[in-house]
Unconditional design. Structure first.
Length: 388
């Protein structure tokens, strides 16, 4: 009981820290940021650049930066006028967003006061999984990850059918209806076979330990899951950065395949799993390594690993969806999560936003779109057809 209390205190403190801003100033999040996708107009949603009104032209613009020598290509249809000055505005969360923001806080508070109900619920859930014959399959965790990808990708690939044309155009970063991918099943089947086949091969050389009989406490389960998502984002960041910055065309070409759809407009969720085998291997290897780490020492519980897989697969699919919808993670916790807007920008400008989920590393090192000064002699333009 004492251990559960301490673990919950850690979770509770973390959530309070990330939620505090929303409960001050009448629950308004006040910030100074550049215009966000769809904050002002659909037309300015994809390519943010600092150009003057005289830059309307029929020919592409190619600029060589004086300080770096980088070549920037701006197709004529992608030159967009954006105000140079920072815009201060007050962001108000919708009632639904308030509810989604406060649920983790209320859950942690309830557990802090009376942990038994949530511990019992966690125990019942684990008992059901443990006694399910299918769960004893060595590939079960990989199959759960596959299910996570499938349900999230299918959801975002078809949500326009529910939203309707008008709402879809309002929430898509390019303001257009997503293209129907007639080869969806082929493009989706190949990654599934490659992933499950690779995990099967890995298990031929790595003996998977039996699942634990005992369930974790809810506190352990929650902290391990949150910690795992954070650690995966942290560990994959340098690999992602290197794939963009390494002075090797071959290595860069491996990752460039993942960026190829960026030339066609906004992303679609199917692009989540469209990458080279090397690229996918690095992501899976990072996830496997992270899944063996628990902040409490010892092995991470299988239940935490299962929910970790469901969360990371959803967040990756959401980041590649091409949508800005009110329930998305970046709209619920904009203080810490970059979500689809940042990843959309990354796919169109490979020099910014390397984190998969969070924001703090990109913000700390300045891997963000430049704050453009109206006094700048050489404007920095977003990359159009050259995302790498």
């Amino acid at each position: 009981m004492k251990r559960s209390f301490q673990l919950t205190a850690v979770l509770f403190s973390t959530i309070v820290f990330h939620s505090a801003l929303s409960f001050s100033h009448k629950s308004l999040f006040i910030s100074k940021i550049k215009p966000r996708f769809n904050d002002y107009s659909t037309e300015t949603s994809l390519f943010l650049s600092s150009v003057t009104a005289d830059d309307s032209r029929e020919e592409p613009l190619i600029i060589q930066q004086e300080n770096t020598g980088d070549i920037t290509y701006m197709p004529p249809t992608e030159a967009v006028l954006v105000d140079d000055t920072e815009k201060s505005f007050v962001r108000e969360f919708t009632p639904m967003q308030h509810v989604l923001r406060i649920i983790p806080l209320l859950t942690a508070g309830f557990y802090l006061v009376n942990p038994q109900p949530l511990d019992d619920l966690t125990s019942s859930l684990w008992s059901a999984i443990y006694n399910w014959d299918f769960a004893q399959n060595p590939l079960f965790e990989a199959e759960v990850a596959t299910f996570g990808f499938l349900q999230a990708i299918v959801f975002y690939m078809n949500i326009h059918r529910v939203l309707g044309e008008e709402k879809t155009r309002e929430t898509r970063f390019d303001g257009e209806l997503p293209e129907d991918r007639n080869v969806f099943y082929i493009e989706g089947l190949i990654p599934i076979v490659a992933y499950l086949g690779s995990i099967w091969l890995y298990l031929q050389f790595h003996q998977k330990p039996p699942m634990p009989v005992e369930a974790p406490t809810f506190g352990v389960f929650a902290v391990e899951t949150i910690f795992g998502v954070w650690l995966y984002d942290l560990c994959f960041f340098p690999l992602h950065y290197i794939m963009h910055k390494i002075n090797s065309n071959q290595v860069r070409r491996f990752h460039a395949y993942h960026h190829r759809w960026s030339k066609e407009g906004s992303l679609t969720a199917l692009e989540t799993v469209q990458h080279s085998y090397v690229d996918g291997f690095l992501q899976v290897a990072t996830n496997i390594a992270v899944q063996h780490v628990s902040p409490f020492g010892g092995p991470k519980h299988v239940l935490s690993r299962l929910f970790h897989n469901l969360i990371v697969t959803y967040m990756l699919s959401e980041a590649h969806s091409g949508y800005d919808l009110p329930w998305m993670t970046h709209n619920i916790y904009p203080e810490i999560l970059g979500g689809s807007p940042r990843h959309e920008r990354h796919h169109h400008n490979g020099r910014v936003y390397y984190q998969q989920y969070f924001k703090y590393i990109d913000d700390f090192f300045g891997f963000v779109e430049d704050d453009r000064s109206s006094k700048s002699k050489k404007p920095t333009l977003a990359i159009g057809s050259e995302p790498m």
